[in-house]
Each structure stands twice: as structure tokens, then as C-alpha cells.
Design a protein around this ligand. Structure first.
Ligand code: NAP
Length: 676
């Protein structure tokens, strides 16, 4: 059997040696071999930088997003093949869906976020303008540009599909090529995934590479522009983070490591209550999905001392209904661990835990299995432990990466928070309670130790995605032992692969650099009203100045009566005067905005199709009867929408009065046709 192929420097590479055997988790039979012998790691990284990077940077965020969507759709067509291959890793169909559908879901999610939240451009302008001088002649703007290196992914064995895809999506969207190094044990599944991606021809050449086998001297070749995204054990994270090249070249190193995640049951939940059942059900799910080989699984179940017996009994009852065995059998709820070596590792961890906890359910050395050999396959019973002295170190320190969890009693909310913090940093924690005060105390108490927190009650349970599911819109990662990293989290994850640069300049320069009109830059007032221009004709800086219009007391009375907004500041002179901000009756802010629209709008049908909102609206100065309003409306940002015959135009609106002071400032958002 030839070793699994790697895909480097634009070609498939098969190691010339025999490689090391990889075994089926269920039968123990050899199913593949793995070796990275003969790979020139320096050349592979260089290929990513020279071929993949430039090809990706030529595309806008929207173009990259469209490719991610096409890729997700293509992979969806091959789901069944990936599910079947997942059986060899010990995964049930449900487990495989978690991995495969979860990964494809991340691609879809980033594709949609990229189109909705990023511009159809190659540069991301982040946040607002920072005024740096007194007159506005010197301003600052943060820009994010793609790093010129490679995103090196080093992944754990437990998510061979989701792992690479959840890292590929944000890096790709940022414009940075990826090199994936899966964990050996389940690399055959990642290899097939990458094969499907390369075969699809959807991604630009050089944007994805694969190394099956040992990482060799890969890290020696890292440069300042590369990023390492590591997932695995805390000990490997510590080793790689201290690699001389990573340290000397300040390589961005993101680690998602193991953690001893907790779930805390509120004191309000008694047997028979919905929250009690939710807690028990969730714990059993987390122990058994993927045979507990989830970095987010609940390792510590922290429960009120008064109900620990009830919880133990209820969990044990539910675990006794879990059928273990060949994941291909539809009656099986829990498959095998990824390999017998992994099972030995869990047994060793159980030994260490046994110094502090006793088993209340399961036997580490014996399990009844369906349609498989319990010894040749890496099967293990779910094991529920109970530590009556929760102060012992082991349950807070030893991660048994399998279907194992420990019950720990607490006596007060402060005690529960203290116990949670003993994990020294976790990816996720949950608090299951209907008591809002308890939930708040726990959230504020444990938040500094967690990357994500789930507060579960009967209401949230109707739609909750559960304790163990990292979601692309939310940050995945955690402090301390959990690695101190952050992945996904929507566009936050994309920016991780980009360099944020503060650009300081004058408004005209900044307008030229960013392609967005910057307040203080020149405005173009031409003979043509900008609302008469189609998207292609409109330029940033195109301006209409309209007014003045005098605001009368009649206008204010009419608006109050017409809208029903008879707030005293607009209708009662004495009461308005008594208000610390006003000298008498003032015009409604919305009246000012409406009058401004009446001034700047060009009424006839034309290229402007709709106004879809206002942003950043601020009322700055009161408007009194007799004040004269003028509005200056300037095209600030023009974004043609791909595949549509219109685009979005953001206008800067500044309403001033006779003394030149700004009364209101805001952005007007419109849709403008591309052509007749
Ligand atoms: P691991 O032994 O730390 O390995 C993780 C990855 O690092 C594998 O790809 C491994 O490759 C590679 N690696 C090991 N030594 C290396 C070295 N010297 N240079 C370069 N790469 C090296 O972890 P694992 O056993 O695969 O995964 C289980 C652990 O991962 C658990 O502790 C779990 O909690 C954690 N995990 C965390 C997350 C998360 O998101 N936070 C997700 C999943 C799993 P080889 O396989 O080729 O050795």
C-alpha cells in the first residue's frame, strides 16, 4: 500500500518509503500508510507565497466568498463518501455529520458573511475615522491587508473535515493561502477532502496544500508573514509555540488546545425540573458524541451538593441506554475511539483520575459492543466519575480525551465559580439554570476563564445549538490552558490573517488611498444633481448642497400633530426652557432629518432606487424656530453589487444652520442603478 498522497508545490507527492501504518478504529485493520518523506517544506511554503497568495489577492472579498460557496456546494455533493470514510475513524453517522456538515456549514457561513460584511474590494477599511488634529487636516484610518505568507494549519485527529475547513474559510476570505497538516491518525479522511477540493478546480492554484505525515522541518521555514493555526494538545502547543523560528520571527501562532470544560447546574434545578433534565441530557450527549473526543466536551459536571446523588443516578440511567459498537450499525449510538493507542491514553488518564474520583458508571476495561470485536476495535464504555472532594487537583488537571466526565459537588455560587476557574482556562462552559441571578453571577465569575459560555434554560433549549458546537459566527478558543487563541468568530477570524495598519494622512490623501470620501477632502459640486447619475457615473466626493430652509413654529406644531410626537420639548415652551439642554421649544430631530431629505432629494424617477437606512445619526445642536437649515450630501462610498444591476451608495449628510454649526450628521444608505 502506497502512503497517502500529499499535495505540495502544485503536484501530488507520494513518499518514496513505506510509511507508517494507519488503522481502522473499528476493526484494527491497516487501512492506509502515511509518510511525508521527500517533501521540500521550504519549497511548499514558497509556492503558497508565490502562487497562491498573489492569485488570491487579485480577487476581492466578494469573489473569494463566491468561491467558498461554490466549494461548499461541491463538497455537499460528496457528503456520503465522506460519511462512509468517517466510519473508519470510529464515527457514527451523527458524528460524521457533526464533522462533515459542520465543516461545509462553516464554508457557507463565511461565504455569506464575506458578501454581507466585507466590501467588494481587496482592502478592508476598519472602524471610523480618527481625527488627529484640531482642524481635521490630519486624520487616521485603520486598514487591513492580507498577510503575504501562508496559513499553516496543524490539526488534531478528532475533526478531520471540520478542522481544516474552519481554518481554510477565514484565511481564504482574507486572501491568504493554506497549508494543511492533519493529525496522522485520521489523515486519510482529510486527504480525500483535499483531493475533492483540488479535483473541483474551484480554488486558485497554490491556495491549498496538504502535508500527510510528519511536519519535518516545516516550521524552520516560517517567516514573519506566515500564520500558524494549531489545534491539539496543550503540550504540543507549548512545544510549537516555543519553536525558534516562531519566536525569532514573531510568527502569529494561534493555539486551540485541550481544556477541561465545565457545565454547572443551578441550585434551582430539582429532579423533574426542565433544567435538571436539560443538564443531564446535555452531559450524556457531550460524553458520547464522537465518543467524547471533542475538545469542547464537558469534562467536569459541577452540581449542587444536595442533588449530586440524583444527578449521578439520572446520568447513569441515560448512559445505560447508549449502545456502543460498530458505527455502521444504525442502532449504535457511540462508536469507537480513533484508535487503540487513544484508548490506552484514556485508560491512563482514568488511572490518574481514580486517585480523586470513583466510577459511578462504566468499566474502563469492559464494554459490550454491537457487531464488532471489543478488543481489536478501540471501544470504551462511557465512564461517569464522582469526586466527593472537589478540591482535589486531578479532575481539574487531567483530560481523559474520551467518553469521560466527572461529577463535582459545590456548596455556593462562589464555590461553583472557584471550581470552574480551576480548569485554568476553557474553550466553553455552560450554566444550566432558570435562576437569572445565579446565571449572572456565574457568567461574570467564570467569563475571564472562558472563550464561550452557554446559558441554558427551558426557553433557550428550544433553539440551543448545545454546549459542544463551535459556531462560525462566534469566537472559538479560550484563555490559558485552552491555548489562548481565537478562531472563527465571523469577520474577527478573517482579520486574524490580515495586518491592521494605522494610516495617518490628510483627508485628500486618505480619500485617494481608500477610495472612500473622507470628511475634509474636496467635494465636487457639478451642474448635475448626483441623484441623476448612474452608479458608473457617480464619483466619491460628488456633492449636492441644498437649502437654506427656515424652520417655523408651525412646522414644529404640524410635525407634532401629524406624527403624534408631542413630547414636551417640542410643544411646551416653559417645560422646554426648564430642560437643561434647551432655551425653549425645539424642532424634533426627525423633523430636521425629514426637512433635510426634502432639501437634497431630486424627486423625479431616476437611478436612485431606494433609501434603505441611515447610520451613525447624531443630533448635535438644537434647532429653534427661525433657524435656517442647509444640507450637504456627499457620495462617500460606492459599492457595485456583483450579479445585480444596482449597487450601494453611502452618502455623508451634514445638516448645518445659519452660523455654520452642525445640527445633525449621519450616513444615508441608498441603492443606485448601474445603468438605464
Ligand atoms: P496532538 O498530539 O497535540 O497533535 C496535534 C497535531 O500536532 C497533529 O497534527 C500532530 O501531528 C501535530 N504535531 C505533534 N507534534 C508535532 C511537532 N513536533 N511538530 C509539528 N506538528 C506536530 O493532539 P491530538 O492527539 O491530535 O488531538 C487531541 C488533543 O487535541 C486533545 O487534547 C484535544 O483536547 C485537543 N483538541 C483541541 C481542539 C480545539 O479546538 N481546542 C480541537 C480538537 C482537539 P501527528 O499526528 O503527525 O503527530
Amino acid at each position: 500500500m502506497a502512503p497517502l498522497p500529499s499535495y505540495v508545490s502544485g503536484a501530488w507527492h507520494i513518499a518514496p518509503d513505506d510509511g507508517a501504518p494507519l488503522h481502522d478504529a473499528v476493526t484494527g485493520a491497516e487501512i492506509a500508510r502515511i509518510s511525508s518523506a521527500g517533501i521540500d517544506f521550504g519549497a511548499a511554503l514558497d509556492h503558497g507565497r508565490r502562487a497562491g497568495g498573489p492569485a488570491l489577492r487579485e480577487l476581492t472579498f466578494h469573489q473569494r466568498a463566491a468561491l467558498l460557496k461554490a466549494l461548499a456546494s461541491r463538497l455537499r455533493d460528496h457528503r456520503d463518501e465522506l460519511y462512509t470514510l468517517s466510519l473508519h475513524t470510529g464515527a457514527t453517522l451523527g458524528d460524521a455529520k457533526f464533522d462533515v456538515d459542520g465543516g461545509i456549514g462553516v464554508l457557507f457561513s463565511y461565504s455569506s458573511k464575506g458578501r454581507r460584511e466585507l466590501p467588494d474590494d481587496t482592502v478592508y477599511v476598519e472602524g471610523g475615522l480618527e481625527r488627529l488634529g484640531r482642524t481635521g487636516a490630519f486624520v487616521g484610518q485603520h486598514l487591513c491587508t492580507p498577510l503575504r505568507g501562508v496559513a499553516v494549519q496543524i490539526n488534531a485527529f478528532n475533526f478531520p473535515v471540520w478542522g481544516p475547513l474552519e481554518k481554510l474559510a477565514p484565511a481564504f476570505l482574507a486572501g491568504v493561502p493554506s497549508l494543511v497538516k492533519p493529525a496522522g491518525q485520521t489523515a486519510y479522511l482529510t486527504a480525500r477532502l483535499v483531493e475533492l477540493i483540488i479535483e473541483s478546480g474551484i480554488l486558485p492554484a497554490g491556495s491549498l496544500q496538504l502535508v500527510c505525515g510528519d511536519a519535518g522541518d516545516l516550521l524552520d521555514h516560517l517567516t514573519e508573514q506566515d500564520v500558524v493555526a494549531f489545534t491539539g494538545s496543550a503540550s504540543t502547543a507549548g512545544l510549537l509555540r516555543a519553536h525558534p523560528a516562531v519566536v525569532a520571527r514573531s510568527v502569529r501562532f494561534n493555539a486551540e488546545a485541550d481544556s477541561l470544560n465545565c457545565s454547572i447546574l443551578g441550585p434551582d434545578a430539582r429532579p423533574g425540573d426542565p433544567e435538571f433534565d436539560l443538564f443531564v441530557g446535555q452531559l450524556v450527549t457531550e460524553m458520547t458524541v464522537k465518543a467524547g473526543q471533542k475538545c469542547t466536551a464537558i469534562r467536569r459536571a459541577i452540581v449542587p451538593a444536595a442533588v449530586i446523588d440524583d444527578v449521578a443516578q439520572a446520568v447513569a440511567g441515560r448512559l445505560s441506554e447508549i449502545t456502543v459498537g460498530n458505527p455502521a450499525d444504525p442502532t449504535v449510538r457511540m462508536g469507537a475511539l480513533a484508535g487503540v493507542a487513544q484508548r490506552e491514553e484514556v485508560r491512563r488518564s482514568l488511572k490518574a483520575l481514580s486517585a480523586a474520583a470513583r466510577i459511578v458508571y462504566g468499566d474502563p476495561d469492559r464494554v459490550e459492543v454491537v457487531d464488532a470485536d471489543p478488543e481489536r476495535g478501540a471501544f470504551l464504555s462511557p465512564i461517569l466519575l464522582r469526586a466527593d472532594d472537589p478540591e482535589r487537583g486531578e479532575p481539574h488537571e487531567v483530560e481523559a480525551f474520551g467518553p469521560v466526565s466527572t461529577l463535582l459537588p459545590y456548596t455556593s455560587v462562589g464555590h461553583a465559580v472557584e471550581l470552574a476557574a480551576r480548569g485554568r482556562g476553557s474553550l466553553v462552559g455552560s450554566v444550566v439554570t432558570g435562576d437569572a441571578d445565579f446565571a449572572r453571577d456565574v457568567v461574570f465569575g467564570v467569563a475571564p476563564w472562558h472563550g464561550r459560555l452557554l446559558v441554558l434554560d427551558a426557553e433557550a433549549a428550544r433553539e440551543s445549538t448545545g454546549h459542544g458546537s463551535p459556531l462560525p459566527a462566534l469566537v472559538h478558543g479560550g484563555p490559558g490552558r485552552a491555548g489562548g487563541g481565537e478562531e472563527m468568530g465571523g469577520i474577527r477570524g478573517v482579520l486574524h490573517y490580515m495586518q491592521r495598519t494605522a494610516v495617518q494622512a490628510g483627508p485628500a490623501m486618505l480619500t485617494a488611498i481608500t477610495g472612500r470620501w473622507t470628511p475634509g477632502a474636496q467635494r465636487a459640486v457639478t451642474g448635475v444633481h448626483p441623484f441623476r447619475k448612474h452608479l458608473g457615473e457617480l464619483k466619491v466626493g460628488d456633492t449636492v448642497v441644498a437649502g437654506p430652509r427656515t424652520v417655523t413654529l408651525d412646522d414644529i406644531d404640524h410635525f407634532a400633530e401629524f406624527t403624534g410626537d408631542t413630547f414636551y420639548a417640542h410643544t411646551d415652551e416653559e417645560a422646554a426652557k426648564a430642560n437643561p439642554f434647551f432655551d425653549g421649544r425645539v424642532a424634533h430631530g426627525y423633523l430636521v432629518v425629514s426637512l433635510a431629505a426634502g432639501l437634497f432629494v431630486d424627486p423625479d424617477p431616476g437611478p436612485v432606487l431606494a433609501n434603505y437606512g441611515l447610520e451613525n445619526l447624531r443630533f448635535l445642536t438644537p434647532v429653534y424656530p427661525g433657524d435656517e437649515l442647509t444640507v450637504t450630501l456627499t457620495a462617500k462610498q460606492i459599492d457595485p453589487r456583483r450579479g445585480a444591476d444596482y449597487g450601494e451608495v453611502r452618502w455623508d449628510a451634514d445638516v448645518t444652520k445659519q452660523d455654520g454649526s452642525s445640527v445633525a450628521t449621519y450616513d444615508v444608505l441608498t441603492l443606485v442603478a448601474k445603468r438605464e
